[in-house]
Write a protein that binds this ligand. Structure first.
Ligand code: HEM
Length: 407
């Protein structure tokens, strides 16, 4: 935002719409006060501190010290071999890091193996929908979460979005895999590594020359930000599946939530901020996610990169117009306009008219396909999207950054 910092704009107040219309990074909206009660959390109790001012008290100083000591390249090299949850940590890690990781890899006492087994059922049945929803609902939504878009854009990974997206997709793939939290799975490893990555970003971004220009808070990725992003994932996905009338047994819905509650915990979110139920999640999301959605110049650029991803992978079926139309369909006209997504004369109306019946037929709720042609196209789309956003992520190694985006 040039000379004008986001903080100053905030102080000046107003002018949000005008900035948005100009395509300028809009200042974040005033924060809704934190009133969500820890009584609704997985542990049912907590101090009630606004998580906007809480980060990761354990990981942050540790990773800052690794960066200052110049240990990160060596640590990344060692951690490349650590891929399975049950695998011992590699020899040679600095002792303070090893101690932390041994603690951080432990599941909490409320982890429920039975629910995790049910989550596998859910993921198996709903895999194709999850591909589209993680990629186009959650992924595209992340570009209109200003703090996330800015952090991603100005951090090291922002310069190579394709690589970054596949790394982020790895988490979506790991959490949905059969053995996610079991010794032969990878979700715990992915979460612990990501927790270290986030801690590094908290140390590095404040040193970026761009950061003070655009950031609202000096230190990024607060616990509140973590929950905002979390809601763009499971909460949004479940809201969409419900709106589409996909029949989901209560036990599977609860199990899917549980796998994500554990995900939040393993990423370093404090238990008192993790919702215990979908009702609590929806209430928290209304408070922290809905009011912050807004366009930024950086987010628009990231969205454009995301929408172009399909063309290199498919023979046209996931090309930009279809991804754009799906984004509009999933996130609505307001967000599509912010992201400068053009209207699609064929795909926009087709999705509006045929998606509902397609789901109904697919779910066995309607006996005959009402639109056989669209049915085939949509099914192919689901298959390709699942491949693009989830399966492609397998061989990726998540590494701790040691610089910001080279500008
Ligand atoms: C890195 C997931 C919240 C900003 C990552 C990575 C994953 C991930 C898997 C590693 C991929 C990579 O190295 O590129 C998540 C999940 C979140 C969350 C599941 C919440 C549930 C956030 C939030 C922000 C953020 C709230 C910012 C406000 C970043 C940045 C990186 C990163 C800047 C590093 C990019 C780089 O390599 O430079 N995240 N994240 N994340 N995340 Fe998050």
């Amino acid at each position: 935002m040039g000379e004008l910092s986001r903080r100053n704009v905030l102080k000046a107040g107003g002018a949000l719409g005008a900035l948005g219309a100009l395509g300028v990074a809009a200042p974040a909206r005033a924060h809704v006060p934190w009133t969500w009660s820890a009584k609704g959390s997985v542990v049912g109790t907590g101090a009630g501190v606004d998580p906007r001012w809480v980060w990761d008290a354990e990981a942050d100083p540790l990773v800052a010290s690794l960066l200052d000591r110049g240990d990160v390249p060596r640590v990344n090299e060692l951690l490349r071999t650590w891929t399975k949850n049950g695998q011992p940590l590699p020899a040679g890690l600095p002792a303070d890091l090893r101690d932390f990781m041994e603690r951080a890899r432990q599941l909490p006492s409320w982890a429920d193996r039975r629910k995790l087994a049910t989550a596998v059922e859910f993921n198996k049945k709903r895999g194709p929908y999850l591909g589209v929803l993680y990629g186009l609902a959650s992924g595209m939504m992340s570009t209109v979460i200003p703090k996330e878009a800015l952090a991603v854009y100005y951090s090291q990974g922002g310069a190579d979005m394709k690589d970054r997206i596949s790394k982020t997709a790895k988490l979506g793939y790991d959490i949905g895999s059969r053995n996610a939290y079991q010794p032969d799975g990878e979700m715990i490893v992915t979460c612990v590594k990501t927790r270290l990555v986030h801690a590094a970003v908290r140390h590095l971004l404040p040193q970026s020359p761009h950061w003070s220009e655009v950031a609202e808070e000096e230190i990024p990725i607060s616990q509140r930000d973590m929950m905002v992003t979390w809601h763009s994932l499971p909460t949004t996905v479940m809201q969409k599946l419900t709106a589409w009338k996909v029949p989901i047994p209560a036990a599977e819905s609860e199990a899917f939530l549980h796998s994500w509650q554990l995900g939040a915990y393993m990423l370093g979110v404090k238990e008192e901020y993790i919702p215990a139920s979908w009702a609590e999640a929806n209430t928290q999301a209304e408070q922290v996610l809905d009011p912050v959605l807004a366009p930024t110049t950086e987010g628009v650029k990231l969205a454009d990169i995301l929408l172009n991803l399909g063309s290199s992978v498919d023979g046209g079926i996931l090309s930009k117009p279809i991804l754009g139309a799906f984004t509009r369909f999933l996130l609505g006209d307001q967000i599509a306009t912010w992201l400068k997504i053009p209207r699609e004369p064929i795909w926009d109306p087709l999705l509006k008219v045929a998606w509902g019946p397609f789901i109904a037929v697919r779910e066995g709720l309607l006996p005959f396909p009402l639109a056989p042609e669209a049915y085939w196209l949509f099914d192919e789309f689901l298959r390709k999207a699942a491949l693009l956003f989830l399966s492609e992520a397998r061989p990726i190694s998540i590494e701790i950054p040691d610089t910001n985006r080279p500008s």
